[in-house]
Design a protein around this ligand. Structure first.
Ligand SMILES: Cc1ncc(COP(=O)(O)O)c(C=O)c1O
Length: 382
């Protein structure tokens, strides 16, 4: 399959009983991503950890969202759309990936961003002074979105999708169609709907052909809108693998996930099982809530990076990994077996949103040296 070429899509044999399959797929991600053992310190004796590197699906496309966008953006092109609209938080990985992928495909991108600092302005194409400061000091995921020329619409941080964002998106879609003569495609929140779910149905297919996957007893993944996890659940169920899946929720409680997942399962005609039968949702490690972390959380990320060279982000993978290790230590009976796979869903650009700077100072002084003259010895900075 060539990059950027929209092709007819044929689902894997195991998914042929589903009521629906996307008609098209466009290659955007670098696949397959590696699956390998991970010697992470702190894993209790008896467990063997593996990692699936979906943080390596691309550079600015990195992370799990691009797998869903291969189907969603192919659908947009198939429907003759000239632009895409989606929504997320100010530092959304999903919005950044959509912005970059859209441009690779020649589509314009419009992002509705829930934002604390800018909500009073509800700006269209105008950034307030306060906003500019925030952008220049902590750009994170926004930098690539802006570089790609996405239109940004800052909306109140607590805007509800059903009650508010949907209406704004519909209004925007109408105005774009009116001014450009082409429809705008609405990518669902987090890329999660029955089309986007095929991203991780296909990821399951990929895993089945990878060395080491036959040993895996349990899989852990960070869960937000739930599409990645749901695709894995469907793959696991339809292939009869019987791996135990655990979704570590970073934003919503169990009920939210199951309600949302059950709607998509019905749409796909998976009627014999409910989401509750297919997955263990762990919502006990939300910390203070979505995007809330402590200094200890940040030091944990630093420890993971300095001992293994793998970077987790504070919002998704860091929380999921910390939750998984806590369960291994305190609740080993939650696991089906000893070989556990963690899916690294990416989010690396979220590391540049400014939050991690709080733990840099102490580390910097421990690591940095000055060395003015080659005939002298390096001197520690302190
Ligand atoms: C880095 C990262 N990991 C995990 C997730 C959760 O994926 P999903 O929304 O499919 O549950 C997200 C969602 O934004 C993400 O950005």
């Amino acid at each position: 399959m060539e990059f950027h070429k929209v092709s007819d899509y044929h689902p894997p044999e195991f998914a042929s009983s589903l009521a629906f399959a996307p008609r098209k797929r466009v290659k955007l991600a670098t696949l397959p991503t590696p699956l390998h053992k991970w010697n992470l310190p702190g894993v209790p004796d008896g467990f063997q950890l593996y990692i699936k590197r979906d943080d390596l699906t691309g550079n600015f496309l990195s992370g799990n969202k691009i797998r869903k966008l291969e189907f969603l953006l192919a659908d947009a092109l198939d429907k003759g759309c000239g632009s895409v609209i989606t929504c997320g938080r100010f530092q959304s990985n999903h919005c950044r990936t959509t912005a970059v992928a859209a441009k690779e495909l020649g589509l314009d991108c419009h992002l509705l961003l829930r934002s604390k600092t800018m909500h009073t302005h509800c700006i269209v194409q105008t950034v307030s002074v306060k906003g500019t400061k925030e952008l220049t000091t902590n750009p994170g995921n926004l930098l690539p979105s802006i570089f790609c020329g996405s239109q940004l619409y800052f909306v109140p941080v607590d805007s509800d999708y059903e009650l508010d964002i949907r209406e704004r998106e519909e209004k925007l879609a109408k105005s774009i169609e009116h001014s450009t003569g082409k429809p705008a495609y609405r990518v669902p929140m987090g890329g999660t709907d029955s089309t986007g779910t095929f991203g991780y149905i296909e990821a399951w297919n990929e895993l089945m052909s990878q060395d080491g996957f036959d040993k895996i007893d349990d899989i852990f993944v960070a869960t937000g809108s739930g599409g990645a996890l749901l695709g894995l659940c469907i793959g696991n169920y339809l292939t009869g693998q019987k791996i135990k899946l655990h979704g570590v929720s970073v934003s919503f409680d169990k009920d939210y996930y199951h309600n949302h997942a059950n709607v998509i399962l019905r749409e796909l005609n998976v009627t014999e099982k409910r989401s509750e039968d297919l997955v263990d949702i762990i919502d006990e490690h939300l910390g203070g809530g979505y995007r809330k972390s402590t200094l200890d959380d940040y030091y944990f990320l630093q420890e993971v990076a300095s001992s293994t060279g793998i970077f987790c982000d504070p919002v998704y993978t860091g929380k999921a990994l910390k939750g998984m290790l806590a369960e291994m230590k305190t609740n080993p009976s939650r696991f089906q077996g000893k070989n556990v796979m963690f899916i690294d869903t990416g989010g690396t650009l979220g590391m540049y949103d400014g939050s991690l700077q709080t733990c840099l100072d102490g580390t910097f002084t421990k690591l940095a040296h000055t060395w003015e003259d080659p005939s002298d010895d390096p001197q520690p900075i302190n």
